[in-house]
Design a protein around this ligand. Structure first.
Ligand SMILES: [Fe+2]
Ligand SMILES: [Fe+2]
Length: 161
């Protein structure tokens, strides 16, 4: 394993990932709030639509984000700690399963299945996705900060030569 930082704009990559995390957290809040409205108040078509819209966004934007990290971030992370990329890879697999389960529950309701347990499935799957995503983003933000500092120090060494 080389100890050098890859040259393909690592700072730009980190900045774009952090920006996507920020957008992701906004969708996490929307998901939590819509799930909570159904859980604590009553089923409403508006809250269900909000969950369905959010999940469609997650299924495209977050899926692209995960691929981007796997294709470009993991090589940077391997420089920091060999085991960290595997940990994040496992969390990505958990997130993909959670997204798929939520989509199945939503599609069930969109087919007209509005029984109480189906609504409860959507609420629980939404809360699960929101929790996983929030924890995952918080962990990655700590990793990205460490990487940014490391990149900065390498740039400092380079300038000092
Ligand atoms: Fe990730
Ligand atoms: Fe991420």
């Amino acid at each position: 394993m080389s100890d050098s930082i890859p040259q393909n704009d690592p700072q730009e990559l980190l900045a774009s990932l952090r920006c996507e995390h920020e957008a992701g957290l906004k969708y996490v809040r929307r998901l939590e709030s819509a799930a909570s409205a159904i859980s604590h108040d009553a089923f409403s078509a508006g809250a269900f639509e909000e969950i369905a819209r959010t999940v469609r966004w997650i299924n495209t934007s977050v899926a692209d984000h995960l691929k981007k990290e796997e294709n470009s971030l993991f090589s940077l992370m391997d420089l920091q700690s060999g085991g960290l990329a595997d940990e994040i890879r496992t969390e990505h697999a958990e997130l993909r399963i959670a997204f798929a389960q939520l989509i199945i529950s939503i599609q069930d309701m969109e087919r007209g299945n509005l029984r109480a347990w189906c609504i409860q499935d959507v609420v629980q799957a939404s809360e699960h996705v929101a929790q996983l995503l929030e924890r995952h983003i918080a962990k990655e933000e700590r990793i990205l900060k460490g990487l940014a500092q490391r990149i900065e120090s390498h740039i400092g060494e380079f300038i000092g030569e």
